[in-house]
Write a protein that binds this ligand. Sequence first.
Ligand SMILES: *[C@@H]1O[C@H](CO)[C@@H](O)[C@H](O)[C@H]1NC(C)=O
Ligand SMILES: *[C@@H]1O[C@H](CO)[C@@H](O)[C@H](O)[C@H]1NC(C)=O
Ligand SMILES: *[C@@H]1O[C@H](CO)[C@@H](O)[C@H](O)[C@H]1NC(C)=O
Ligand SMILES: *[C@@H]1O[C@H](CO)[C@@H](O)[C@H](O)[C@H]1NC(C)=O
Length: 466
Amino acid sequence: MMLLLYLCSLRTLLLLLLTLASVGHAKQQCRLVLQSNFNGNGEGDPQVPLSATPTSSGSTASASATLAPFNYGKDIIRGVNLGGWFVLEPWITLSIFEDTNNSDIIDEYTFGQLQDSEHALSILQDHWETWITEDDFAAINAAGLNHVRMQIGYWSVPIASTDTNYTTSVDPYIPGAWPYLLQALGWAKKHGIHVILDLHGAPGSQNGYDNSGQRGSANWAQGSNVARTLDIVRFIADQIGGMIDVLELLNEPGGYQADIAAVIADYWQDGYNVVRNVSGPSLKVMIGDAFLGVASWDGFLTSPDAQGVLMDYHEYQIFNYDQLEMSQDEHLNYSCSVLSTLRSYAKSNLYTVSGEWSNAITDCAKWLNGRGVGARWDGTWQDGQPTFGSCDGYTGDSSSFSDDYKTFLRKYFESQIAIGEAVQGWIFWTWKAENADDWSYQKGLEGGWIPKDPTDRLYPNICSDS
Ligand SMILES: *[C@@H]1O[C@H](CO)[C@@H](O)[C@H](O)[C@H]1NC(C)=O
Ligand SMILES: *[C@@H]1O[C@H](CO)[C@@H](O)[C@H](O)[C@H]1NC(C)=O
Ligand SMILES: *[C@@H]1O[C@H](CO)[C@@H](O)[C@H](O)[C@H]1NC(C)=O
Ligand SMILES: *[C@@H]1O[C@H](CO)[C@@H](O)[C@H](O)[C@H]1NC(C)=O
């Protein structure tokens, strides 16, 4: 029933027409195949042969100007994540969860499971239409950024039974985001923004966090989940590989869990093969360190065995007590120490991107640790642990931020972009959040602790000084 709704609802068809008008041509109704001609061909990129020139799609090309390929390895990725858009996170859009009146709805999985599905779909459609709009892409461009990293859950990928020997059921998730994703790819291109498409939620959950779609246990390595994920990756590469610059095979697989650690290297290798088989050499492939540290991936998927692979490294300094305990100066110093670790890895390995980090130095943002879960910072998470004081003035609306704190946020931002600028780039988490201004690029621009031009520094020597 849900699938039928998705495939043939009037609303979806209308959106498809809009999408077609803005980005290209469709091969098949209700399951778009949109190929455009802006594959990065990696000029100046030693990992990619220059012969990999994008093919011209001639008269079928979109009316908007084509976006020149990004020079990975040469130019610096400066970007934002579009968190909470196509994969819900309770702390990013509190209102969507609060409005359910049901405290058992803690992630996108239970959002589909514990309420009427037509109601859930209408809430989601409204969210997909409004959370990020074309204006955001224009604003991202105006902020001097050249990339977005866009999240998608496997349940939003409209794979058919001819594309896989595994189940295509995504129950109880509510599918339907795919046409909105396609529309967004058109906006990105129109506004000069390159796209990293990030598979953020895999069958079974790859890490047990709500940001994978399902909070609880991480069962991705069990049963046929991994094989099924490879079919989903193949489908994505086949359908939209020509419209994105980078395909990230999976976000934050929980390599701290033995069964996931045991399969992750093979998954990266197989996923790389799948993408290369389907898309040819132009599309870049992104893998992550799976919480094992970049040093444990020395020599992995490097040339000549593989071409055009990037390493995604995530850096948060707030999810354990040792890090929360650091003073503001120690946070700055810590960023600078990460810089040297990443630079030393990237020197002889993959192009490396600091793909998620934020301005938060506390875990105070409401529901950051999960709906109904408190913060380590003020002791509302667990008894018998260290506490660091009140959360007041650290998150929420920035009208409560002191001038000293804002000055620190600017230094902290600059110390963290120093990490990314020392390798192949950085991507802030996240563009906007309903009630956590320490996590919002948009609010940082408004409040002045994020520069309107990211090459504009108040503390250019922040790492050499500390
Ligand atoms: C939640 O409760 C409010 C206030 O009683 C009500 O107006 C709203 O319709 C309820 N929402 C749902 C999804 O039941
Ligand atoms: C499904 O299995 C058949 C038989 O092993 C195989 O020929 C086919 O390629 C498989 N299809 C996919 C999409 O993997
Ligand atoms: C890629 O294609 C080659 C040659 O067709 C094939 O042998 C290989 O199994 C394919 N790999 C994957 C992962 O699909
Ligand atoms: C700065 O970081 C380095 C490396 O982590 C550490 O050894 C040193 O003690 C730190 N210095 C200060 C002042 O925190």
